[in-house]
Design a protein around this ligand. Structure first.
Ligand code: ATP
Ligand code: MG
Length: 370
């Protein structure tokens, strides 16, 4: 995959920005707070339809405006594609998405059309942010790969919300819950199977990459710890927990309570991991995501590398270079280019540099000596 053009109207700090790309490696350099991450965030929107910083859509609109519009031209399997996303505070339908000029009716039609893998300082929250953050990583990952998963998990969450709403109401006939229980169970079973399968596959690659990064020292695993070992009886369980759920005012069991263990010998990484171990762990999670996307879809994903390059030691750099070589295109943000040449190696001549300053972006000469 290769991105040719990006247009941002009223997205975050950009009121009107148009960029064209002609190289495999794109660098955005600029001071802190200049708007580098905003660009990667906009690109990632096209893949997942949401902010990787987990901000609500309204916050993506430029503060002076009441809508944003973003457009991406990219090549996929030798065909040109175009995605447009519009979001308005005022419009009742709020978000409008087009794929190659056609209005997209359901989000699942678009999620995963562009394949991105993002490396960002926020990634540490996959480890430190509690079970919900781990599920979010897995859910976003599988959603990029499977439209079915995306629609099942989205529907599950909607139904769960409605059931929880009902649980909070007083004096409701218990029979009213039966249809909701059935709807939840059907989706939970599918989500469970997907999570089981993907986490097993992630684990295989994750273990190998982490082994390499840590010179064989860290042998951690990622293991799915579902709320139940099988969701075939889930409807009956929901029924048996109903009285408790009514008391609590929410649904106390289900895939929204699944855990994902990351650690070794039953000890979670949050209990013992050093900063370096945690960093290697999230990098290995993301590299496994990259490799699974690549082998499963036969497409070279777009890599978005936010601010994480310079701090890397030799081992991590080696792993990144391998990744960059396999990617369709890589977008980097950094405050300066010092030290970067060392690890680009033979890729050095395939780069374009953009300077980000005062919320505007200027292309610098590609042959700029660094
Ligand atoms: N909705 C918005 N409207 C206008 N400006 C915004 C909006 N959201 C964020 N900003 C501005 O964008 C800037 C942050 O941009 P960004 O996170 O891309 O910076 P950065 O270059 O990545 O910085 P760093 O190097 O510190 O990571 C801030 O100055 C912030 O005020
Ligand atoms: Mg940033």
């Amino acid at each position: 995959m290769f991105i040719k053009k990006l247009k941002l109207l009223n997205f975050r700090s950009y009121q009107n920005l148009e960029l064209e790309f002609g190289s495999k490696l794109i660098f955005f350099i600029g001071e802190n707070g200049s708007g580098k991450t905003n660009i990667l965030e906009s690109i990632n929107q096209f893949a997942t339809l949401k902010s990787f910083r987990d901000n609500p859509e309204e916050e993506l609109i430029n503060w002076k405006e009441n809508f944003f519009y973003i457009k991406l031209d990219f090549v996929k399997e030798n065909f040109d594609n175009k995605i447009e996303i519009g979001y308005s505070k005022e419009d009742s339908s709020k978000r409008k998405v087009k794929l190659n000029q056609n209005q997209v009716k359901k989000k699942q039609e678009i999620v995963g059309e562009l394949k991105t893998v993002i490396f960002s300082p926020n990634d540490l929250s996959i480890l430190d942010g509690g079970p919900a953050e781990r599920r979010r990583f897995i859910d976003t990952f599988i959603s990029i790969q499977s439209k079915n998963y995306y629609s099942q998990i989205s529907e599950y969450n909607k139904i769960l919300k409605q059931r929880n709403f009902l649980l909070k109401k007083k004096n409701i006939d218990q029979k009213e819950f039966s249809p909701w229980n059935k709807l939840l169970k059907d989706r939970a079973e599918i989500v469970f199977e997907f999570r089981k399968d993907y986490i097993l596959r992630i684990n295989e690659i994750f273990k190998k990459d982490l082994f390499k990064l840590s010179n064989g020292k860290d042998q951690f695993e990622i293991i799915y710890k579902p709320d139940f070992q099988s969701y075939s009886e889930y409807e009956e369980i929901l029924k048996s927990k109903l009285a408790k759920d009514i008391q609590l005012g929410y649904t106390s069991v289900g895939i929204h309570r699944d855990q994902i263990f990351i650690g070794t010998n039953g000890k979670d990484i949050t209990e013992f991991g050093s900063q370096g171990q945690k960093r290697s762990t999230v990098i290995s999670l993301k590299t496994s995501q990259f490799h699974i996307i690549k082998s499963e879809s036969n497409l070279s994903p777009i890599l978005l590398i936010d601010d994480v390059i310079r701090e890397l030691d030799v081992k991590r750099r080696e792993l990144f270079i391998e990744l960059i070589k396999e990617a369709g295109q890589t977008f980097f943000t950094t405050t300066d280019l010092e030290g970067i040449k060392d690890y680009l190696g033979s890729l050095e001549n395939e780069k374009e540099i953009f300077e980000v300053k005062d919320f505007s972006v200027k292309k610098l000469s590609s042959i700029l000596v660094i």
